[in-house]
Ligand binder design. Structure first.
Ligand SMILES: [Zn+2]
Length: 291
């Protein structure tokens, strides 16, 4: 088990707790060399060196256009960590590459993924909080936080993090996996969805399974969570027991859903860095509850 607990999963703060000290944008940010978390579309800019990949370090990179705002988001091993976004059209000279967060090669280490995820979440909030959602006026920063205050109506706004529930449904030795039409061929994962108004997470799990697969479940248990900065979700993980019904897939949500087992797995399952895979490894394949 590469990740003993869900707190050890990439994108969760524990992964960088040994070196990262977060700070709001009005905290002191020494001029000069920094570590750079630069997003380019859905990819993170990293520097390749002997087959390994690391965030760029040093003075402001010359390939970061002069008109792009940079934002100090804390310190990484004592050095300022600055986040910025460039366009997918902006050229990147060797040895810099834009590595997709969802790359199947898993070339980025967990700390790099996590710092990039924090930068992505903050930049998403910054881009979406320039104007007040109530009256449309420009917003100002609140001191010592990522919150904003509207200069027009005075409304205060704080970062939006959207809760989602994700669940493994078990039936004896079998477990339910589903696939969305946009996923790579052969890839199956867990049923998941966004929390709705007036719902607990457990109610969300029950509704999503019912809506997407037609199945009823019981014994819904929370098993851990993961920050999912694509762009700003919290994935709350659950395990549940099959309680009735036949699979009827909602074609607007899923392409297929079926029962699998440890000896009859799909061609592809989610990458190790995801809570989906952590739940599958622990509760479907590994089944540590019944060793
Ligand atoms: Zn306003």
């Amino acid at each position: 088990m590469p990740y003993p607990e869900t707190t050890n999963l990439p994108f969760n703060a524990t992964v960088v707790a040994h070196g990262f000290v977060p700070a709001p944008p009005d905290a002191a940010d020494d001029e000069g060399p920094a570590v750079w978390a630069v997003l380019r579309g859905n990819a993170l800019v990293v520097q390749e060196h002997d087959g390994t990949f690391a965030l760029p370090e040093g003075e402001r990179p010359p390939w970061l256009p002069a008109d792009r705002e940079t934002l100090a988001i804390g310190r990484w091993h004592g050095r300022p960590l600055r986040a910025a976004r460039i366009s997918t059209q902006d050229p990147l000279p060797t040895p810099f590459v834009a590595e997709p967060f969802n790359a199947t090669g898993e070339r980025l280490d967990d700390a790099t993924l996590t710092l990039g995820g924090i930068a992505q979440q903050i930049l998403h909030w910054e881009r979406n909080s320039r104007f007040c959602s109530r009256c449309g006026s420009p917003q100002e920063r609140l001191p010592a936080s990522w919150g904003k205050r509207c200069a027009g109506c005075g409304a205060e706004h704080f970062p939006h993090i959207h809760p989602c529930a994700i669940v493994l449904v078990k039936r004896g030795d079998e477990f339910l996996l589903a696939r969305k039409p946009e996923w790579a061929p052969g890839r199956y994962g867990l049923v998941a969805g966004f929390l709705d108004f007036g719902e607990s997470l457990e109610e969300c799990v029950r509704r999503e399974v019912r809506e997407e697969t037609g199945l009823e479940i019981s014994g819904i248990r929370y098993v851990g969570s993961q920050c999912w900065p694509f762009p700003s979700q919290l994935m709350a993980g659950f395990v549940a027991e099959y309680a009735g019904g036949e699979i009827r897939v909602d074609p607007t949500e899923l392409e297929d859903a079926r029962w699998f087992s440890a000896v009859a797995m799909p061609a592809s399952i989610p990458p190790r860095r995801s809570i989906a895979r952590w739940i599958i490894d622990r509760f479907a394949i590994g089944d540590r509850e019944n060793p």
